[in-house]
Unconditional design. Sequence first.
Length: 225
Amino acid sequence: MAQPLMPHATASWLVDNTALSFEQIADFCGLHILEVQAIADDTAATKLTGRDPIRAHEVTQEEVDRAQADPDYRMQMTKGPDQVRRTKGPRYTPVSKRQDKPDGIAWIIRNHPEISDGQISQLIGTTRTTIAAIRDRSHWNIANITPKDPVTLGLTSQRELDAAVSKAAKAAGIEQQQTDTRLDGDRQALIASLRAERDQAARDAENGYDEGATARPAFEDPFRR
């Protein structure tokens, strides 16, 4: 059963301002009847400031009137207390990683200029002012900022980054490539090197000898002395 947000303060107000029985107040506030008795006798450890549940929209005056007229009636709350929910805004970043934010921001600005400041703010958990300062190089610590992948730094996930890149590319009308081409040059060099080694090995096989070996018969009898 739902209970008032401040049950003891609510019980104190009901004791002082209504003719409800201790049982009714205890049941409504989720307290033991002895707690209500202590509040009524001013023997509670701390003097409470009453909280009006009617003004808090937790119960109606009609419900209180009905309960006062019938000692066996138990009041029903109009609604439970509002739950605290996290509002939308920059994500929380552990203190140990906050110093890495400028590096992650600089990396996104350099590698994905199509991503808006608002998207960067949501990804990294920072302010537009900081992003703008890094973008125009007026940040107070710009000399020490080194672009680093925010995924590697643990500031965001690869999935979130990919989603932001895709959304920004679509909004900008950019045809997004399906493969990461940042290492294409290294890949091509590696492939060329492997092909050269393979061709050289084929030529050596055709010549019938190993360049690094000393000249000797093709077959040597291990029992020959």
